[in-house]
Design a binder for this molecule. Structure first.
Ligand SMILES: [Zn+2]
Length: 319
């Protein structure tokens, strides 16, 4: 039995038809974890969908209304890059509920993992890049509203910059203050956002996170791990969160169709282990979501995501 819970539902499946986003991956990761003996059936817990009230902690009433009534404009649907349906809305409400449960579990157990989520391109008033609802932001705001935490840090290791997350948690402008172009941004914030991503990739415009690492094309394991260690340590020297939200994208992989970094499967597992080791040493509860993964060979994406759970198991089972 694992020393933490895995949040999963068959209804995480995104009904988007044939798409570069392999929406069946959640079930495949779930099945792989069971078949390989990494997890047992009793390690899994089922999420409940978020309420509209939860979603509205992050998203605008107008956007939520459009989603609930199927009245997005053609342009808005195009920008989301996944076909709208009421079933898809339900899947995203469930993903947000899953991330809330994983955050709750992390605060109880030290670690909580959702076999889904990580939709970091969703903004308060619109969706883009396969993301409708920013599940991680909803989870953070819900934990804050419930008084479980005051502060959080997002550590986004998807190959694409977390533009929605950066925008949602951007500092409130200080009247007459500096414009925030001086590196690490930490004024007036309760959530510190870190994003490590390929610079020459979507999104073209990258709204500033608290700390952005714009990585060059083709970066390999050892350089990446060094950058990650430095960025995470720098972030923790500036800000001490009560919850870490790790966005464990599989797309920095060298054979990813939408990524241009050159990490190996082993390098990605070492990445996960590094994050978990530091979080454990600093005694920061860590919530994990899967985010993107578009390997030419779907089996590789499943292996990379499954390895995130293996790495957590190895690190958190150690005394
Ligand atoms: Zn991505």
């Amino acid at each position: 039995m694992l020393p933490f819970k895995l949040v999963y539902s068959d209804d995480y499946f995104l009904p988007i038809g044939t798409h570069v986003f392999p929406s069946e991956k959640y079930k495949l990761v779930h099945d792989r974890l069971l078949e390989s003996g990494i997890a047992e059936a009793s390690d899994f817990v089922s999420p409940r969908p978020s309420t509209d009230e939860d979603i509205l902690l992050v998203h605008t009433p107008r956007y939520v209304e459009k989603l609930k009534t199927g009245t997005l404009s053609g342009r808005e649907e195009l920008e989301m890059e996944i076909p709208y349906s009421p079933e898809l809305v339900r899947a995203f409400w469930l993903a947000a509920g899953g991330s809330m449960l994983a955050a709750d579990n992390a605060l109880d157990d030290g670690v909580g993992i959702s076999i889904g989520g990580g939709f970091h391109h969703a903004f308060p008033g619109h969706g883009e890049g396969f993301c409708m609802i920013n599940d991680v932001a909803v989870a953070i705001r819900r934990m804050q509203r419930d008084g479980r935490i005051r502060t959080a840090m997002t550590l986004d290791c998807d190959v694409h910059q977390g533009n929605g997350t950066a925008t949602i948690f951007a500092p409130a402008p200080v009247p007459g203050g500096p414009s925030g172009m001086s590196g690490v941004r930490q004024e007036n914030i309760d959530v510190f956002t870190i994003s490590l991503h390929q610079e020459n990739n979507y999104p073209a415009f990258k709204p500033p996170s608290s700390l952005d690492l714009n990585l060059p094309d083709g970066m390999e394991d050892s350089e990446y791990l060094a950058c990650l260690g430095q960025a995470f340590s720098l972030g923790l020297s500036k800000f001490q969160p009560e919850l870490l939200c790790y966005v464990a994208g599989a797309d920095p992989y060298r054979e990813d169709q939408l990524g241009g970094l050159s990490l190996t499967i082993e390098g990605l597992k070492a990445r996960d282990a590094l994050v978990f080791r530091i979080a454990k040493a600093e005694r920061i509860p860590v919530m994990v979501t899967l985010a993107g993964g578009y390997a030419q060979n779907l089996e590789d994406t499943i292996t990379i995501h499954s390895n995130t759970i293996v790495a957590a198991k190895e690190v958190f089972a150690e005394k």
